[in-house]
Design a protein around this ligand. Structure first.
Ligand code: MN
Length: 249
C-alpha cells in the first residue's frame, strides 16, 4: 500500500468505529430515557474535522448504520439528494465549529432537565459526583434574545446554532429554555455519559429541592469528580450497550 492508501485505510477504520458508536449511542440514549421519538446525537467526522455525522430524520432507537448522513458544519448535507435531515442539525455543526475539542453532541428534551431551563432561580448544578461535568451551573439559552418572542423554539438556522454554541461556551451542557438541552463530549461515549447523568442530576436536584436548600459540589469538587469519572466511562457504556443488544437484559 502507498502512504496515501495507508492513511485512507486508517480514516476508514476510524469512521467504522465512530459510526458503530454513533448507532449504539442512538439506542442507548433511548433506553436510558434521554431521547424518545425526538432528540439526536452526532459525531464529528474522524477524518474530516469540517464535517459531522448524524442520522436522517427519524427516531433514535430505530437508527441503523445506513441511516447515518454526512454534513458540512453549516448543516448542508454532503449528498444533496439524500433523505430528509433533522430540522435542528445546526445545533451540531455550529458547536463543532466553535469547539475544536468536541467530538460528540447530544440534543434532547429529556424531561427532568426542562424545569431547570424555565425557573431562573433554580439553575442546574452538580448535586452529586457523577455530574461534576456540570461545573458551577449549566448556562441557559434564551432563544428570544436572538430570534424574538414568536419562534417555534427550534434551532432551525445556522445563526441560532451560533447563538446556542456561544451560550454553551467552554462548558459541557447548555439548557434551552422551554425546549431541552444540549450536551457535548470529547468522544461520543463521553457525550452520552454526560447526557444520561444530566438527566439523573436533574431528578436528584428536584428531589433535594423538595427537602430544602441543597448543598452543591464546589467548582473544585465538580472538576475533580469529573476528571475521575472520565476514566470510568466505558464501564457505564459497556453496561448500557449490553442492555440495548439484549432486550431481555
Ligand atoms: Mn429539540
Amino acid at each position: 500500500m502507498s502512504q496515501a492508501d495507508e492513511k485512507l485505510a486508517v480514516v476508514i477504520d476510524d469512521l467504522v468505529v465512530v459510526i458503530d458508536d454513533l448507532v449504539a449511542a442512538n439506542h442507548i440514549l433511548f433506553q436510558q430515557g434521554v431521547v424518545d421519538g425526538f432528540g439526536h446525537v452526532s459525531a464529528r467526522h474522524p477524518g474530516r474535522s469540517d464535517r459531522f455525522l448524524l442520522a436522517r430524520n427519524m427516531a433514535p432507537a430505530q437508527v441503523r448504520t445506513a441511516d447515518i448522513l454526512e454534513f458540512e458544519l453549516d448543516g448542508t448535507p454532503v449528498d444533496p439528494s439524500g433523505p430528509r435531515p433533522y430540522l435542528e442539525r445546526f445545533i451540531h455543526g455550529e458547536i463543532y465549529r466553535a469547539r475544536a475539542d468536541v467530538m460528540g453532541v447530544v440534543h434532547s428534551h429529556s424531561p427532568a432537565v426542562v424545569p431547570f431551563g424555565v425557573v431562573p432561580s433554580a439553575p442546574l448544578r452538580p448535586i452529586c459526583h457523577m455530574s461534576g461535568f456540570l461545573g458551577e451551573a449549566a448556562p441557559v439559552f434564551e432563544i428570544r434574545d436572538t430570534a424574538g418572542p414568536a419562534t417555534d423554539m427550534l434551532i432551525r438556522t445556522p445563526a441560532l446554532g451560533v447563538a446556542l454554541a456561544d451560550r454553551l461556551g467552554p462548558g459541557a451542557v447548555v439548557l434551552m429554555r422551554g425546549h431541552g438541552s444540549t450536551v457535548v463530549g470529547t468522544t461520543v461515549r463521553q457525550a452520552v455519559f454526560r447526557a444520561v447523568y444530566t438527566e439523573v442530576n436533574a431528578k436528584l436536584q428536584a428531589e433535594a429541592l423538595r427537602l430544602g436548600p441543597p448543598i452543591f459540589l464546589t467548582g473544585e469538587e465538580a472538576a475533580a469528580a469529573a476528571a475521575t469519572n472520565d476514566g470510568q466511562i466505558d464501564r457505564a457504556w459497556n453496561l448500557w450497550l449490553e442492555a440495548v443488544n439484549d432486550p431481555s437484559a
